[in-house]
Design a protein around this ligand. Structure first.
Ligand code: O2Y
Ligand code: MN
Length: 609
């Protein structure tokens, strides 16, 4: 830590120093601290938050703390998230566009004096292994010690980053404030600081490669390396520089002969993405290891293949539903050195949440700070943990990390998977016939609405193309075009093979046909063999390439009939699907929908005649 009192600064990067001075003049903090990323600094952040009453140490988990956020600040706020590009068209119809000049003027008013009574932390961070040719450097300025501690876990912070930045290196300025200045002698007094909803802004300036966030202390709104830098801004950089910044896990799979392949996979929320990234295979002799659980940056190597890094250094995982059964590796990762947000607290200093795999041990303190007893013993009063409660845990504490997960050169991607929650139509797995067909698959990803939610009725598909709809920093039609273009940059044989998977097929009676979790290794093994050119395992159908009947050995409880249903081509279902895409989904992208995707749609329709 370097307290900026006129003493030597830890950098001679003049543009960075000028920017920090400008921000400090605008936000008027009591002190400016340059973060060095040391364990001592991390401990100091937790000490400060404990003293402010916002962090509770957890006796049962060494080095771990619980935070409870304000009930109004529990998730990303889509309607306050903006793309401030010069033109509305650049942002596209699926982003909130705002005029950058107007927004800057509004936000500057809010930033003026907003750090009064607080310390301003300057966090130099690397997304990706420090110095990797695929990595990017950001500098986050924040008045939240909670953010500093989380950034320590989620990114690589500190002096090494400033060394790589040198005196003139490129960095992405990320400005964050919780938007709650303190009066003289005032403290947070145990309350999570944030601003009211109408003052919250999560703003991206894609042309300037700049991020401004105000008023929220939570998750992707505040840890600006993740949603804002690694996806929204990086997607724009990737478009301009010919690479891919994707909302994808990366896993390494090794067959019984010891041969490894790498898979990147995109799923909309609530599809078990972290569980897949940390999967424990049920298939004898196979091994799955984790490279990343959420984001992949992929660039072409000199050999013409796509190489991926995980730009993050930790997991910001959803706690509810995470259990020793659903994800033993995540559970092992959070036994120590973990920040929990909005989970429930047990009387002996441990955490608890719905779906942790055992009953609540006695009376808890719920995520709102009230006493809570499990339903049946008292009046039901809502969940003990907020459904979006999180753990922030170091990847280095996860037993399933691949030994090469931090390789600065990245790992060569053999397969790209897309998936969603689809009770019908979409088979367990099928492979694209070509790159463009794979892009088509990515463009139609979505999950079926099972309970009437928001504006959609039960049974309709909520499309989330490439699982990027909330995270793409520019027009989604242009994003599809960029993916088509990636396929033209190298030989077809060097591109990853593309697959659509669906762990969520149900029978006519509504029963899940596939058990998921570790059994998904059976599907991964088929995908591995397809990438390896193993003959006789697949057959061409109108929708793409599917496994032959015996290619995937069914797990216990899955009958031969179930397997047939899981792999069947549902011609009527697909015709309906295509009609929905044509009538409701593709028109969203107006004249920016690439002709190649319209052609894929037409060709598939033709094949289903
Ligand atoms: O703020 C959020 O969006 C939640 S954190 C996040 C940000 C980017 C991508 N994924 C996530 C996630 O939680 O999976
Ligand atoms: Mn995610």
């Amino acid at each position: 830590m370097n307290t900026h009192t006129g003493s030597a600064l830890p950098t001679r990067h003049q543009r960075l120093i000028t920017w920090i001075n400008e921000v400090a003049a605008m936000t008027t903090p009591d002190a400016v601290v340059w973060c060095d990323g040391t364990a001592r600094e991390y401990a100091a952040m937790l000490q400060i938050t404990q003293e402010a009453g916002t962090a509770t140490p957890l006796a049962k988990r060494p080095g771990s703390f619980l935070f409870r956020s304000d009930p109004s600040d529990v998730a990303r706020v889509e309607n306050r998230t903006y793309i401030a590009a010069r033109s509305r068209e650049a942002a596209g119809p699926t982003n909130n566009w705002i005029d950058p000049v107007e927004l800057k003027s509004t936000m500057k008013q809010l930033y003026r004096g907003c750090m009064r009574g607080r310390t301003m932390y300057v966090i130099p961070f690397s997304m990706g292994p420090v110095g990797s040719p695929i990595a990017k450097i950001g500098v986050e300025v924040t008045d939240s010690p909670y953010v500093v501690a989380n950034m320590h876990i989620m990114t690589r912070v500190g002096s090494r980053v400033l060394e790589v930045l040198g005196e003139d290196g490129e960095f992405i300025p990320c400005l964050h404030s919780v938007g709650k200045p303190l009066g003289p002698g005032e403290s947070d007094g145990g309350l999570w600081p944030c601003a009211p909803l109408e003052q919250k802004y999560i703003a991206h300036f894609p042309e300037e490669r700049t991020i401004w966030s105000y008023g929220s202390g939570y998750g992707g709104n505040a840890l600006l390396g993740k949603k804002c830098l690694a996806l929204r801004i990086a997607s724009v950089q990737a478009r301009d520089e010919g690479w891919l910044a994707e909302h994808m896990l990366i896993l390494k799979i090794t067959n019984p002969a010891g041969k490894s392949k790498y898979v990147a996979a995109a799923f909309p929320s609530a599809c078990g993405k972290t569980n897949l990234a940390m999967l424990v295979p049920t298939l004898a002799g196979w091994k799955v290891e984790t490279v990343g659980d959420d984001i992949a940056w992929m660039k072409f190597g000199a050999d013409g293949r796509l190489y991926a890094i995980n730009p993050e250094a930790g997991f910001f995982g959803v706690a509810p539903g995470t259990s020793p059964e659903s994800n033993p590796n995540a559970m092992a990762s959070i036994t120590r050195d973990t920040i929990f947000t909005n989970v429930a607290l047990t009387s002996d200093g441990d955490v608890w949440w719905e779906g942790i795999g055992y009953d609540a041990p006695g009376t808890l303190i719920d995520w709102k700070g009230a006493e809570w007893v499990q339903e049946g013993e008292s009046e039901p009063r809502g969940p003990a943990a907020h459904p979006n409660a999180r753990f922030t845990a170091r990847a280095s504490n996860c037993p399933s990390m691949a030994s090469n997960w931090e390789d600065p050169a990245g790992v060569p991607i053999d397969a790209i998977l897309f998936g969603g929650r689809r009770p019908s139509t979409v088979p367990l797995v099928h492979q694209a016939r070509s790159w463009n067909h794979g892009v088509f698959m990515g463009s139609i990803v979505g999950s079926e609405i099972t309970a009437a939610a928001l504006d959609l009725k039960t049974g309709t598909v909520r499309r989330d193309p490439f699982a990027m709809l909330p995270f793409c920093g520019y027009h989604m039609g242009d994003y599809f075009r960029h993916w088509i273009g990636i396929g033209q940059r190298t030989e077809a044989s060097k591109l990853p093979m593309v697959f659509l998977v669906n762990w969520f097929r149900r029978s006519a009676k509504g029963k899940f046909l596939w058990p998921g979790y570790g059994e998904n290794s059976r599907v991964l093994a088929w995908i591995f063999d397809q990438c390896d050119g193993v003959p006789g395992k697949s057959i061409e159908t109108p929708i793409g390439i599917v496994p032959v009947p015996d290619a995937i050995t069914p797990p216990d409880g899955v009958s031969a009939d179930d397997m047939r249903e899981l792999l069947a081509v549902d011609v009527a279902g697909w015709r309906k699907e295509l009609a929905d895409i044509e009538a409701h989904h593709y028109p969203t992208f107006e004249d920016r929908l690439p002709a190649e995707l319209a052609a894929e749609l037409a060709a598939l329709k033709q094949r289903l005649q």
